[in-house]
Ligand binder design. Structure first.
Ligand code: SF4
Ligand code: SF4
Length: 319
């Protein structure tokens, strides 16, 4: 079954037992503080009887059908988080039906990394900052899937050029992509990645973890190019851009690679990038910026269809 037709079946439920929409969350009992009156016996005559009110909070039942996810913010510009939040009503749908957002410096009041199904890590990690390294290692330990969100987490991007000396963080000198410190399952490159792509990955991660075997297979097909990027590692150079994008006729001539190259090793000639590999310092910025670097030929012909179907899932999910 082709990826497109299988996804169509997934959304329409046609001819199979796959649910049309993700299972509805169980009704969450509202936690009600219960006041209990405890009477302290009077110990000797004249003692005043004390009424003590004890607040007991009933445990909330977790919503088992959703996956749990969070955002770990390391050294970056917060552009990836802005991109995630730019999903507008899609984000609400995601949070209503697919995901419980359990960790985030900005959106959740949680101090310690909890167990998570999916962790989106933004930014590179500063090796001079023990807390950041520890938070990253803790994230790996407690998450089933770790996603490097954006160019800095994947390849270091511009943060590779941080050399310390700033008045507020003078000792911060060594920034590396998160894959240099922990194993990463999936990369979403881009500076920042598009809101749509973050949404697609979140829906597919849901299917990967909560779906039927067929749904898991589909999600794996969709996510495979991004998993392959993570397997390949944390360094990308101008040659990778040439082989994976330009020579595959995937380049659309947007010029982002040339604009991002800090040593001007890329020049746009007649709408196509020309790379001077003798100048390249292998920072990966061009690869992280290129909107076509994560596509492969197995998926590209069906990409528009996939986008439409994920949009349909977002429109019908949980109803
Ligand atoms: S071509 Fe430029 S941006 Fe790309 S990896 Fe080399 S130095 Fe970095
Ligand atoms: S960023 Fe990618 S798509 Fe854009 S010009 Fe460079 S190689 Fe082509």
């Amino acid at each position: 079954m082709g990826l497109l037709s299988a996804l169509k079946k997934l959304i329409t439920g046609e001819g199979q037992e796959i649910p049309k929409s993700p299972p509805k969350p169980e009704e969450k009992p509202v936690a009600q503080p219960v006041a209990e009156v405890v009477e302290k016996p009077a110990e000797k005559p004249g003692d005043v009887k004390i009424e003590q009110k004890v607040e007991v909070t009933k445990e909330e039942k977790p919503v088992a059908e959703k996956i749990t996810a969070g955002h770990v913010h390391l050294s970056g510009c917060t552009g990836c988080l802005v991109s995630l939040a730019d999903n507008y009503e899609g984000l609400f749908k995601l949070l209503d039906d697919y995901v419980d957002w359990v960790y985030d410096l900005t959106l959740a009041d949680v101090r310690h990394v909890p167990e998570m199904d999916v962790a989106f890590v933004e930014g590179s990690v500063c090796l001079n900052q023990d807390l950041a390294v520890e938070e990253l290692r803790e994230t790996r330990k407690k998450s089933k899937v770790v996603v490097a969100l954006g160019g800095c987490a994947c390849y270091g991007n511009v943060t590779r050029f941080g050399r310390g000396g700033q008045w507020n963080q003078p000792a911060h000198e060594a920034y590396v992509p998160i894959g240099d410190v922990i194993d990463v399952d999936l990369y979403i490159p881009g500076c920042a990645p598009t809101p749509q792509q973050i949404l697609h990955v979140a829906v597919m991660a849901y299917l990967l973890l909560k779906g039927t075997d067929e749904q898991k297979e589909l999600a794996t097909s969709y996510l495979k190019p991004l998993m392959d990027l993570a397997k390949r590692g944390t360094e990308a150079c101008g040659c990778d851009l040439m082989y994976d994008v330009i020579n595959q006729s995937l380049c659309m001539g947007c010029g982002l690679c040339a604009a991002s190259c800090p040593v001007r090793a890329i020049e746009m000639v007649y709408g196509k990038p020309q790379i001077d590999t003798s100048l390249c310092i292998k920072c990966g910025a061009c690869y992280a910026q290129c909107p076509r670097s994560f596509l492969n030929l197995d998926v590209i012909n069906e990409f528009e269809g996939i986008s439409e179907l994920v949009a349909a899932a977002m429109a019908t999910g949980g109803e």
